[in-house]
Design a protein around this ligand. Structure first.
Ligand code: AMP
Length: 210
């Protein structure tokens, strides 16, 4: 199954993508993680993306479309994939369509801006493998350390409050219109984000089975 997870930054897409990835045994593809990896390894693309990312802005469409094209061509996507953080604009969604990528389901995780701002302040990510945690809702077993790879957990620069507000503005203007884009294609389902990760997961899995 080819799945897109939509939602504001901090709505829990990354965490849910990891859960579905384990359940359905299909890769979770996060353009944000791919860009952060590129930045760490010092590639030209990473360098170019950095200023956009740090400001809470979107990286230009042609860059992320190139990234996703390369990633979806890998053999592990043959039985399906979950896209987390792509598409984020109408031109990106149109690019997927024109690549001939068939999307089965689009799930939008709905969370209010107020809750997002509260959540983001507690968010931590592993600097090594990119796994996400939350000090309140999904704490690691050992403080500051990744359960999966023992890497160090950090707060992303773009999770700081001012940047979060900028990212929410971008979400409402650029990304939210994708809901009606996919609704028109009959692919959209909404899932109300819950306080507990596992409650959102249960609602999400129900939608995937529907
Ligand atoms: P994320 O981890 O998905 O929140 O992404 C972090 C940052 O990476 C975003 O704020 C953007 O700067 C950039 N980014 C990730 N995915 C995309 C995308 N599909 N289009 C444009 N920029 C993106």
């Amino acid at each position: 199954m080819n799945i897109i997870l939509l939602g504001a930054p901090g709505a829990g897409k990354g965490t849910q993508a990891e859960v579905i990835c384990d359940r359905l045994n299909i890769p979770a593809i996060s353009t944000g993680n791919i860009i952060r990896e590129a930045l760490k390894s010092g590639t030209e693309m990473g360098q170019k993306a950095k200023s956009f990312m740090d400001a809470g802005a979107l990286v230009p469409d042609e860059v992320v479309i190139g990234i996703i094209k390369e990633r979806l061509a890998l053999s592990d996507c043959e039985n399906g994939f979950i896209l987390d953080g792509f598409p984020r604009t109408i031109p990106q969604a149109e690019a997927l369509d024109s690549m001939g990528v068939k999307i089965d389901k689009v799930i939008s995780i709905e969370v209010s801006d107020d809750k997002i701002i509260k959540r983001m302040s507690g968010r931590r990510v592993c600097e090594k493998c990119g796994a996400s945690y939350h000090l309140e809702y999904k704490a690691p077993t050992q403080e500051g350390t990744c359960d999966k790879c023992a890497g160090t957990l950090i707060q992303r620069k773009d999770d700081h409050p001012d940047t979060v507000k900028a990212r929410l503005d971008v979400f409402h203007t650029e990304t939210e219109p994708l809901k009606s884009y996919y609704e028109k294609q009959g692919k959209l389902s909404l899932v109300e984000g819950q306080e507990k990760v596992e409650d959102t997961t249960a609602l999400l899995l129900k939608q995937l089975e529907a």
